[in-house]
Design a binder for this molecule. Structure first.
Ligand code: THU
Length: 138
């Protein structure tokens, strides 16, 4: 994944953020996953008046992708246009994403400002049980 490819993935995340259903927080989030076959699947956050039922953009993208037959993702981009600073994925999303992404998969997140974070799944969720167990089991 080079910078140009990550820029393109991030633009898809930005587009998805525009569709967020956020009447309670007014905080739009868009996420875009790159599947192993090159397909990009994006998602936005979908809130609910029963707040705990809110689904984050990352999990919206992920479940949509799995429902379309994709189970392996090589990169993720997250856009939070209502924040000037980058906002990383929540703990629940890190766990769920780790089921389908390797620890070296690049992740970018950025808000509306100039700063961005380029990291990896493994940095976001170190000592991940699934991948650690797979390594131990050979
Ligand atoms: N949110 C996401 O969609 N992804 C994240 O990683 C952080 C939080 C959403 C949930 C809620 O709709 C809004 O952002 C404010 O927390």
């Amino acid at each position: 994944m080079n910078d140009t490819q990550m820029d393109a993935l991030f633009r898809e995340a930005q587009k998805a953020a525009a569709f967020a259903y956020v009447p309670y927080s007014h905080f739009h989030v868009g996420a875009a996953l790159l599947a192993e076959d090159g397909t990009i699947i994006s998602g936005c956050n979908v809130e609910n008046r029963s707040f705990g039922l809110t689904i984050c953009a990352e999990r919206t993208a992920l479940v949509q992708a799995v429902a379309r037959g994709k189970q392996s993702f090589t990169a993720l981009a997250i856009s939070t246009p209502d924040s000037p600073d980058p906002v990383g994925p929540c703990g629940a999303c890190r766990q769920v994403l780790s089921e389908f992404m390797k620890s070296d998969a690049p992740v970018r997140f950025a808000g509306s400002g100039n700063s961005r974070v380029d990291t990896t799944m493994g940095e976001l969720l170190p000592y991940d049980s699934l991948h650690d167990l797979q390594t131990q089991m050979g």
